[in-house]
Write a protein that binds this ligand. Structure first.
Ligand code: R5P
Length: 299
């Protein structure tokens, strides 16, 4: 039995790259809108009896892309697909994993239930924002796997930058897992700062003595959204005498002028992956998705 892959509107290019890694052609769908704004979706290839992986990231327009996934996954099951695998490279809503203020929706849980309820058999994501949830499988009743793009990012940095006495910095304790993984791959040290979030766009990074004087710094986080976290981190490492500053993340969500703000703050380079297509998506996650799907097929 062959594995079919289908890209949703959010991840068409990434799907083509995964298809090339797997040596197959991606299957086709038609997506458009009715004049009243409702979405129309049609599966154009025969999926009866097949295992199908749907690649659909959920950046910038998370509700729209998630809804498209729901239509597509359920259509695939109705059309006789044997198994539907969701590949959601950037998993939106993962940060709202508990009720921080009374009355709030726990969005992560709701999204997880909806993904299951449309007939998804298993789910893959990449460096999901798991802080309070220790393991993504705790959020789902179906098998759920969290892949990591950090080794690919570290390889890219190693290949493209000659760093002098580099130190990897995580902006907060949540980022320690990514800073540590990058540092291990680069065989250098890492340190983690302390962050206090003052609002959706405002953060405070606690000033600290850091061993960065005359050294190059690689800042690593999972997401760059407004850029607030990276900008504040850059201020701290510059104050402490860092030389070259590279800001890297897995998911370059980069809302509004985030990228400009980061360069204005003093970054020499900004690097992200294509879980979110952007100007800084220099690293493709296609090889790790293809590897995971190959492993899945062998199971
Ligand atoms: C949150 O804790 C994440 O790990 C990132 O640090 C955060 O999402 C970045 O957001 P922003 O770029 O808006 O500061």
């Amino acid at each position: 039995m062959a594995l079919l892959i289908i890209g949703g509107s959010a991840s068409r290019l990434l799907t083509e790259k995964v298809a090339r890694e797997l040596g197959i052609c991606a299957s086709k769908i038609e997506v458009r809108r009715f004049p009243d704004g409702e979405k129309y979706l049609r599966v154009l290839d025969n999926v009866n009896g097949e295992d199908v992986a749907v690649i659909q990231s959920t950046y910038h327009k998370p509700d729209e892309y998630l809804f498209e996934y729901f239509l597509l996954a359920e259509a695939l099951r109705d059309l006789g697909a044997r198994k539907v695998t969701a590949v959601i490279p950037y998993f939106a809503y993962a940060r709202q994993d508990e009720r921080f203020n009374s009355g709030e929706a726990i969005s992560f849980g709701t999204v997880a239930k909806l993904i299951e309820n449309v007939g998804t058999n298993e789910i893959y994501t990449i460096d999901a924002h798991l802080h309070r949830v220790p393991d993504i499988s705790k959020m789902f009743k179906i098998p759920a796997y969290n892949l990591s793009a950090i080794p690919l990012i570290a390889n890219y940095v190693q290949k493209n930058f000659a760093l002098n006495k580099p130190l990897v910095i995580g902006p907060d304790e949540e980022a320690e897992q990514w800073a540590k993984a990058a540092a291990e791959r680069l065989k250098v040290d890492y340190d983690v700062l302390e962050k206090k979030r003052l609002g959706p766009e405002k953060v405070e990074i606690k000033p600290r003595r850091l061993d960065v004087k005359d050294r190059d710094v690689l800042i690593v986080d999972d997401i760059i959204s407004t850029g607030g976290t990276i900008v504040e981190t850059i201020k701290v490492v510059k104050r402490e005498g860092a030389c070259k500053i590279i800001a890297a993340c897995v998911h370059p969500v980069l809302v509004e002028d985030a990228l400009a703000k980061i360069y204005e703050a003093g970054a020499d380079a900004v690097i992200g992956t294509d879980t979110v297509p952007s100007q800084v998506s220099h690293v493709s996650v296609a090889p790790i998705i293809a590897e995971a799907l190959k492993r899945e097929k062998r199971r």
